[in-house]
Design a protein around this ligand. Structure first.
Ligand code: GFB
Length: 294
């Protein structure tokens, strides 16, 4: 989802010497394959958007895969970028790197100041390792490696599998299907009280290109909208957009996850970048794209 959005953004800006490969052609878990790719394509700038990702249930269930695969992929891509003299690399992480109960909004300096949210600790540990790896390669070898932490994303090419997806695509699918089938109720996981911040992936891609052009420092930087809402209010918003009028019930056997993770985006805002797509407009765009899929 993020990689294809960055590609769309770069193409729209007129960049035409773009090299990329889908996971079916380049297995980032295979160091020799990554090395071959660098040798063959000689990229000057690298956006490391590839990751094993998923919603709260996927993170909690596939704990070993989330830790192992993310560490291996980022190790190969970051280490290879140094070996092959890449001019600049951007590593992407996630807002779940911050401590579960960190003060809100989440400032960059809150990293490693407290225990992580247990449901996504393996993923967060891998992403924190990626940030530290970029910083270590900068310190020891002088590499221009930067890292950016986007908030929860949604948009084209999202995952709509109800077992592994994030909340926003899951709710879109559930409400669309309920409207079509006339189902009297839709099930929401957890209490609906946690707050989440959502950003359209096209805004994220825009932010990534901005940072590649304008940010060159040790330490990660947040990318987000700076606005959040409760999951139950997200559900009401999506119900309205999809035309769902039935009941919303809660499955309290499912975890809530972290109570809140609102990004402090003052650093990137002060550099001159802000997210542009309003949540309601973004959800409407995605709804139009996917409403006939289910
Ligand atoms: O988006 P989500 O799966 O992940 O869940 P996180 C956010 C909230 O929505 C949780 C609730 O409180 C869920 O219980 N929720 C309600 C649902 N209904 C549903 C549903 O049908 N499906 C899903 N998936 N959730 C992930 C992390 O955390 O966010 C990752 O695990 C990463 O590491 C990612 O940081 C951005 O926001 O809790």
């Amino acid at each position: 989802m993020v990689g294809s959005a960055i590609l769309r953004k770069l193409k729209s800006l007129g960049y035409n010497n773009l090299v990329y490969a889908p996971s079916s052609e380049l297995n980032l878990l295979d160091q020799a394959a990554v090395d071959d790719f660098y040798r063959r394509e000689k990229p000057e700038y690298v956006f490391m958007a590839a990751a094993r990702v998923g919603g709260i249930a996927a993170n909690n269930t596939y704990r070993a895969q989330f830790l192992y695969e993310n560490l291996m992929m980022q190790n190969h891509v970051i280490h290879g970028a140094w070996q092959h003299g890449v001019n600049k690399l951007l590593f992407l992480g996630s807002s779940c790197i911050y401590p579960k109960l960190a003060p809100q909004p989440l400032k960059e300096e809150y990293l490693l100041t407290g225990p992580l949210e247990p449901t996504n600790e393996p993923y967060a540990v891998a992403k924190i390792a990626g940030i530290k790896m970029c910083d270590a390669y900068r310190a020891q070898y002088g590499c221009r490696f930067i890292s950016a932490m986007p908030t929860n994303l949604y948009g084209p090419n999202d995952n709509y599998d109800l077992k592994t997806s994030h909340v926003l695509p899951a709710l879109l699918r559930k409400f669309i299907e309920a409207v079509k089938s006339g189902a009297p109720e839709v099930v929401l996981w957890g209490t609906g009280t946690p707050y989440r911040e959502f950003m359209h992936v096209d805004d994220c891609a825009d932010g990534c290109v901005f940072l590649m052009l304008h940010y060159d420092q040790e330490g990660h930087i947040n990318i987000g909208t700076g606005l959040d809402l409760q999951i139950k209010d997200l559900a009401a918003l999506i119900a309205g957009i999809t035309g769902y009028k039935g009941k919303i019930v809660h499955d309290s056997s499912k975890p809530d996850g972290t109570p809140r993770k609102l990004m402090d985006v003052s650093r990137i805002n002060q550099m001159g970048w802000t997210a542009k797509i309003k949540l309601e407009d973004g959800i409407k765009m995605v709804f139009e794209e996917i409403k006939d899929q289910f």
